[in-house]
Design a protein around this ligand. Structure first.
Ligand SMILES: O=C(O)C(O)[C@@H](O)[C@H](O)[C@H](O)COP(=O)(O)O
Length: 241
């Protein structure tokens, strides 16, 4: 596991964009799972401008690690956020965009998307393997849409599951632990003081860390990088002491 700590959210987004450009370099086809959240939004803006100019978008396939069960035109749709901040501004084949259909029946869509991952992605140990899974972490330690109250979804046998947001009751579709931990690279984008407590507990293995889905992210044969800003990392001064 690698920890990268930068001075601001913008700096995190810049460095992560550079890292993503490297991943998309020198490969025929690259399969990336996107996340919702505030830092990815800045990353998409950067990739839509100067940071993305060297990317051959024909080779890049985008998927989502999670989606809210809303239509693609809804303000809360992760697809819509990416459409508005990235896809509308670059030239990428429509066939490279594999969205979760949040408008459909959640259980059926979770099945359809699980099958789509099986069909489209290369396999490692018979399980679909992303080149990169981008994750955020909520203030409660959730990641993708696996929340602490449903942490058992992490170990689901299926590639995807239907989750429920603990406060709003909104349904979500999420990829599960077997897909996340099978990726070649997993990158957390975590910024802001609201994340500091959970980041500290997870890194130091303290408090309630075992009950946070983000703790379970540990790619079996891949690499894990946490991109943090100094606000999110403020409790880590003593890590390694
Ligand atoms: O669609 C979503 O809600 C997510 O994919 C979710 O897991 C998100 O990444 C975190 O809640 C962090 O979000 P922020 O970066 O906005 O704090």
């Amino acid at each position: 596991m690698e920890l990268k700590i930068y001075t601001s959210k913008e700096e995190v987004a810049k460095r992560f964009s550079e890292y993503l450009v490297k991943i998309t370099d020198s490969k025929e086809e690259v399969h990336i799972a996107l996340s919702g959240g505030s830092t990815p939004k800045i990353v998409f803006d950067m990739l839509a401008s100067e940071y993305g100019t060297d990317i051959n978008w024909d080779n890049v396939h985008f998927y989502w690690g999670d989606e809210r069960c809303v239509p693609p035109t809804h303000e809360e749709s992760n697809y819509k956020m990416t459409l508005n901040h990235l896809f509308e501004k670059i030239s990428i084949p429509a066939a490279n965009i594999h969205r979760i259909q949040g408008e459909d029946d959640p259980a059926q869509e979770a099945k359809r998307y699980a099958q789509l991952l099986d069909d489209k992605l290369p396999k490692r140990k018979k399980t679909p393997q992303f080149d990169l899974v981008i994750l955020g972490m909520g203030d409660d330690g959730h990641t993708a849409s696996i929340f602490p109250h449903e942490i058992e979804l992490w170990d689901a046998k299926a590639n995807c599951a239907v989750a429920i947001h603990p406060d709003s009751g909104q349904r979500r579709i999420t990829i599960t632990g077997k897909i996340i931990n099978n990726a070649k690279e997993v990158a957390f984008l975590v910024t802001g003081a609201g994340k500091a407590e959970k980041v500290e507990e997870i890194m130091k293995k303290e408090g309630d860390y075992a009950n946070y889905p983000a703790t379970l992210v540990a790619p079996t044969s891949g690499q894990l990088i946490w991109f943090l800003d100094s606000d999110a990392a403020k409790g880590l001064m003593s890590v390694g002491d």
